[in-house]
Write a protein that binds this ligand. Structure first.
Ligand code: 0A1
Ligand code: ZN
Length: 845
């Protein structure tokens, strides 16, 4: 696909240029002689010609020792990162021997060392940093792997044949290869599949971390059972290994039979992990496990099809979480994530379709659009064809494409055939970027209720004009007393403008976009009384929450820069929700949370107003203070009612109570300067409660709590990540950059560890926007300095962090000039990675 030296080549690859390989590899035989500075990799590739043309292998940062074709040494034609084999025979064996240095691998791509163990990361194009190979997902081969090392635990994909010898019988692309070697300990268990296969399960960790794996193991077993029950997919090897590593660029990786995880998504104990950590572990363990069918057994033809495995697997993990926890709360949380990350991306210079048409560096496309919007697209498909149609189509997909490398077209064809639908227009969801705006206006006259709908898909980079999309709009109608008079129905909007009419005796209240039935921005003006009615009574929990959210947002926006009092009606509604003992505490916690500062900035920008980060910060504080005052007398009793019985239990029911209690403690802190939080900190017997109190104390300006926390938890790297992040997140905006600077100079700050870096730099940009956007530009300078420094070590990390600048055109001229100067400075730096240079180029626009 890529037709020149990738390391030095900043040229784009295009979907339209896809061509299959002329020579493929059907079996890979690998021997690793592990050494930190000089690992030898011996590869025997069984190759087969499929058509005319040269065989072009990928290799990066390899020292090539020997190359032989059918046993005879050859002098290969190596051009930068490509080895070209001209006139290869129809069938042959290509042998190579290379040397690599895992210890010097700071990119964390290929074979590297983390916390004393060898591990690999091959997605997307890391395998070429291990040995010469056709490093692309449409080349699927079986693998035999021998690991030579004195280390006690030696793992690779598939089933273990002998100590350190592994065979993976399922053909797979290179990106799913994995190897782990180290001094590790495991929690072991077993699972018997519906097909009667005994599977050994292991969660491997460094000595000292045992005892923190049981939740991950439990989540794994529940995932295996769920995929059998809901999708009819059983596991297909005799062993499933999970390994936790400390230095990892992403969340986790679905390597066949050997998932490798960022340790923060495996390790949990009540003392060290929060409810949010437990939920993430459950979701990510499920996600990686589900990839075994959606990604591994059926993989992607090329990287443009990334959403084929990621959108579908995210959708599956969301379904799983809804089944394991509260459906409503899970959906609201997923929508919040989508809006916070994907809508933001879709509205700025980095907007791209769910299936991009070109890229320079594929690692820059593991985005919220491919993952989260990709999942929404699957959800819309299911809504359109119905649950049974979806099941039929998915069953056809598994039956027809098992063992293949597929495209989005293959996937959609299964739906068209199994459900007899035409998806030509629906397919625009894969190719048109930008969040559709849906404008809804309703009116009632003489017994006729009319809903007028208009859709506009805004222009995005490279896509000035858009065609109307197929948008499933789920809606219901309530009467003015709040009773449902029409149950949820789904109208699939296909034209730019449409209307619906209903004969009715009285004006109804429209509950639109139930369950958030499509990833759109809904513009539906409504009287406060109707929103309050939906908030109190809608049968659709998403729309209830959304009604409250709209009310809060309208008030906050009105209050920004003005010193207006918040109206009593709204505060009464907030209080009613907070005190409604019949509602799920997790739902109440969500409904009491105000829209984030970034959400407000985005909404102002949408409305043509330049957001002022300090004014937004002040308006939120002002609203929180008003809520606190309104609820003041109720808070202690409400918090008492949230107390959970017995020992800490991560289950959703208890987590919801803790979330509500934490929300109330935050409000209480506005009133008592931290007295209740101090008591809560001292009384906490779990990390969820401790972190909630810690955040309040930091916001209240408590000067000793950070030192106390540090001396209690210095030894624990995952807890210390929270310590770093909380101090930046909860600093007063004027102090945030100084706090971040001080923390990057702390002895425990390690720029080689992505989690630690994110806990400071990510927290500054994501959780303290008013601090990051300090008017004198010191936040931008500090951040750009770090991007440049990190880029020399870990380009994936610097590129990902650079997205903090994607919203720069929202802000005032002074801030834009300050950011632009930093972007220019980065762009002008010699030796910038391909990853970061692509990102900065796109962000500058
Ligand atoms: N496929 C993984 C995510 C992942 C992607 C890239 C990586 O390295 C660049 C690592 C992990 C998933 O969806 O979980
Ligand atoms: Zn994934």
């Amino acid at each position: 696909m890529r037709d020149a030296n990738p390391a030095q080549n900043n040229q784009a690859v295009h979907l339209k240029d896809y061509a299959p390989v002329p020579v493929t590899v059907t079996h890979v035989d690998l021997t690793f002689r592990l050494d930190p500075q000089a690992t030898r990799v011996l590869a025997r590739l069984t190759c087969e010609r499929r058509g005319p043309g040269d065989m072009v292998l990928d290799g990066e940062a390899l020292r090539t020792i020997r190359v032989a074709l059918d046993g005879a040494e050859i002098a290969p034609e190596i051009e930068g990162d490509r080895m070209i084999l001209r006139d290869a025979p129809d069938a042959f064996v290509l042998e190579t021997e290379v040397e690599i240095a895992p210890e010097r691998n700071t990119e964390l791509s290929g074979l590297y060392i983390s916390g004393g163990m060898y591990c690999t990361q091959c997605e997307a194009e890391g395998f070429r940093r291990i040995t010469w190979m056709l490093d692309r997902p449409d080349v699927m081969a079986t693998y035999d792997v021998r690991i030579e090392s004195d280390l006690p635990v030696l793992l690779s994909n598939g089933d273990e044949v002998a100590q350190g010898v592994w065979r993976d019988p399922w053909p797979k692309p290179t990106y799913l290869f994995a190897l782990v070697a180290g001094d590790l300990v495991a929690e072991a268990d077993t699972f018997t599949t519906s097909e009667g296969r005994e599977v050994a399960l292991n969660v491997w960790v460094r000595p000292g971390d045992e005892g923190r794996t049981s939740y991950a193991m439990d989540a794994l077993k529940r995932s295996m059972a769920w995929d059998e029950r809901v999708y009819g997919r059983a596991y297909d090897l005799s062993v499933f290994n999970i390994v936790a590593v400390d230095d990892f660029n992403m969340g986790a990786m679905e390597n066949k039979g050997l998932n490798i995880f960022n340790s923060r998504y495996v390790l949990a104990s009540p003392e060290t992990a929060t409810d949010a950590d437990y939920a993430n572990i459950e979701r990510i363990v499920a996600h990686e496990y589900f990839h075994n069918w959606t990604g591994n057994r059926i993989t992607c033809r090329d990287w443009f099809q990334l959403c084929l495995k990621e959108g579908l697997t995210v959708f599956r993990d969301q379904q799983f979480m809804q089944d394991m926890r509260s459906q409503a709360v899970q959906r609201i949380g997923d929508v919040m994530t989508l809006r916070a990350r994907q809508f933001r991306e879709d509205a700025g210079p980095l907007a791209h379709p769910v299936r991009p048409e070109s890229f320079v560096e594929i690692n820059n496309f593991y985005t919220a659009t491919v993952y989260e919007k990709g999942a929404e697209v699957i959800g819309m498909l299911r809504r359109i064809v119905g649950a049974e149609g979806y099941d039929r189509a998915v069953a056809l997909y598994f039956a027809r494409h098992d063992g293949e490398a597929c495209t989005v077209e293959d996937w959609l064809a299964c739906f068209e055939e199994a459900c007899d639908v035409d998806l030509a227009q629906f397919k625009l969801w894969y190719s048109q970027a930008g969040t559709p705006h849906v404008e809804v206006r309703d009116s009632f006259n003489d017994g006729l209720y009319r809903i007028d709908m208009k859709q506009v898909v805004p222009p995005t980079p490279g896509q000035p004009d858009k065609a109307p999309m197929a948008i499933p709009l789920a809606f219901g109608l309530l009467d003015t007393a709040g009773n449902e008079i029409r149950e949820t129905e789904v109208h699939v909007m296909t034209q730019a403008e449409e209307h619906l009419t209903f004969e009715m005796a009285e004006r109804p209240v429209l509950s639109m976009l139930r369950g958030f039935s499509g990833p759109v921005m809904l513009d539906h003006p409504m009287e406060d009384v109707d929103r309050l009615r939906l908030l109190a009574q809608d049968t659709d929990p998403f729309c209830r929450w959304e009604a409250g959210r709209r009310l809060a947002k309208e008030r906050l926006i009105a209050a920004i820069g003005e010193d207006v009092a918040l109206d009593a009606d709204w505060l009464d509604a907030v209080a009613a929700l907070a005190t409604d003992a019949t509602a799920d505490p997790a739902f109440r916690a969500l409904a009491l949370a105000l829209p984030s500062e970034d959400d407000l900035a985005g909404s102002l920008h949408e409305a043509g107003v330049v957001p002022d980060p300090d004014a937004i910060y002040a308006a939120r504080r002002h609203a929180q203070m008003a809520m606190a005052e309104r609820l003041s007398s109720a808070i202690p009793a409400l918090r008492d009612a949230c107390a959970t019985a017995g020992q800490y239990d991560p289950r959703a029911e208890d987590a919801g109570k803790r979330a509500l209690s934490a929300t109330l403690l935050r409000l209480q802190t506005f009133l008592d300067g931290g007295a209740a939080a101090r008591a809560a900190y001292d009384a906490a017997d779990n990390m969820t409660d401790r972190m909630a109190a810690f955040a309040c104390l930091l916001e209240a300006g408590d000067e000793s709590v950070a030192a106390r926390f540090e001396s209690d938890w210095r030894h624990d790297r995952l807890v210390m990540d929270k310590w770093f992040a909380a101090q930046v997140s909860h600093a007063a905006p004027r102090d945030a950059v100084d706090v971040a600077k001080r923390l990057t100079a702390h002895s425990l700050f390690d720029p080689a560890n992505p989690n630690r870096v994110r806990s400071v730099l990510g927290a500054l940009t994501a959780a303290n926007p008013a601090g990051f956007h300090a008017p004198d530009g010191r936040g931008y300078r500090f951040y750009a300095d770090w991007l440049l420094r990190l880029d020399g070590m870990n380009p994936q990390l610097s590129a990902r962090l650079s997205t903090a600048f994607e919203t720069w055109r929202r802000y005032d001229a002074d801030r834009q000039a300050l950011i632009s100067a930093q972007l220019d400075r980065i762009a002008a730096t010699d030796g910038l990675s391909r990853d970061l240079s692509e990102m900065i180029g796109r962000i500058r626009g």
